[in-house]
Design a protein around this ligand. Structure first.
Ligand code: KG4
Ligand code: ZN
Length: 336
């Protein structure tokens, strides 16, 4: 069979990324231009600024991706792009660019769901991985427990009812004065802190539910910080970070293992920015080993936002015959 070369574009949040992917799982280039340094001073992503930066960068990043893969536009078989969920102005830059290329070159256009992209990041580095498996997608915007039944076939069995896991990391980090994004900093501090120092709540919701809720935990951390300040009790930032992280990951791990057993699958995968968390990876590895489950997760570069994962998801859509037309629009609250 002829090789299928996909040019993938990801601009849903604060990373402008373009990748060239061969046959879904072989990454020829994956350029990621992060805007973190720009948004850091505002303590979070400023949507308007993100859109403007994507516009400034996108053509340059496309050229870099082509150059690094040592190909030209004429070698591309299809264009794929994240069309949601995400920030509408940011998404529109990617969607408009992808439509222009697809129209100009007369090649197929494929719209990809960002959450599906995160799941597919696992296929890139684990060549043997095939559905079915349970995937825990944990990022700044989403916390989803998904049964991946087949390529492109998903059953969402649980999700965040309020703050996403990464959002909780970012908000707690901000309260601790640690800067943005908070996840990697809390992860680092948690390694030297005492995870049993503060007894923060583990929120499991009603019996048997696979949904998540992290806003109560976030409030508990904020209350603890305020009370400690009022009473003049010393706050050990490393201990707060470790105790908070432990509360998040215990719930994530427990529910994921339970979902795997409930759905009778023996493979668990992690995806999204929070899947880079070492505490989560370690606890999940230990529990999966105890339960006889296989665990897969992408390298850190493929956990956070990148276009290679979008190219991988698009390949399986392409094989199934899915094609978007030039009416493709950005859908900020797109569901999986
Ligand atoms: O997947 P991603 O790059 O963007 C979204 O789709 O949201 O995820 C970004 C999120 C941020 O909330 C960030 O704090 C979190 O992932 N994150 C981490 C770690 N690295 C990134 N959270 C916990 N531990 C980490 N090591
Ligand atoms: Zn993401």
């Amino acid at each position: 069979m002829k090789d299928i070369i996909t040019l993938a574009i990801e601009t849903s949040c604060d990373e402008t990324s373009v990748a060239i992917v061969k046959n879904g799982r072989e990454v020829l280039s994956n350029i990621i231009s992060s805007q973190i340094e720009i948004h850091k001073k505002f303590g979070g992503v400023v949507p308007e600024v993100a859109s403007r930066k994507h516009i400034e960068n996108i053509n340059i990043i496309i050229q870099q991706a082509l150059d690094e893969a040592d190909i030209t536009f004429d070698d591309i078989d299809n264009i794929s792009v994240t069309y949601g969920p995400g920030l509408v102005g940011a998404l529109l830059v990617g969607v408009s660019t992808a439509k222009a290329i697809a129209f100009g070159k007369g090649i197929p256009l494929i719209g990809v769901n960002h959450i599906e992209g995160h799941i597919c990041a696992n296929f890139i580095e684990h060549k043997e991985l095939t559905p079915p498996f349970i995937c825990l997608v944990v990022s700044g915007g989403h916390t989803h427990l998904v049964l991946v039944k087949d390529y492109g076939e998903y059953e969402v069995i649980g999700k965040a009812r309020d703050d996403a896991a990464g959002e909780a990391f970012d908000k707690v980090a901000r309260a601790l004065g640690l800067g943005y994004p908070g996840g990697p900093i809390i992860d680092k501090l948690a390694k030297v802190g005492n995870k049993n120092a503060v007894d923060f709540p583990r929120v499991y919701l009603d019996d048997g539910s696979f949904d998540f809720s992290f806003s109560g935990l976030k409030s508990a951390v904020l209350n603890y910080l305020n009370n400690s300040k009022q009473k003049g009790i010393e706050i050990v930032v490393e201990d707060v970070a470790a105790s908070f992280q432990q509360s998040v990951i215990e719930v994530l791990v427990d529910k994921t293992i339970k979902a795997a057993k409930n759905k009778k699958v023996n493979i668990v995968a992690l995806a999204g920015g929070v899947a880079a968390n070492e505490g989560l990876r370690n606890l999940m590895s230990r529990r999966c080993a105890e339960e006889g489950l296989k665990l897969r997760y992408p390298s850190k570069k493929l956990c956070t936002d990148n276009a290679a994962m979008i190219g991988c998801a698009a390949y399986y859509d392409y094989l199934r015959g899915y094609r978007a037309d030039l009416t493709l629009n950005a859908i900020p609250n797109l569901k999986l």
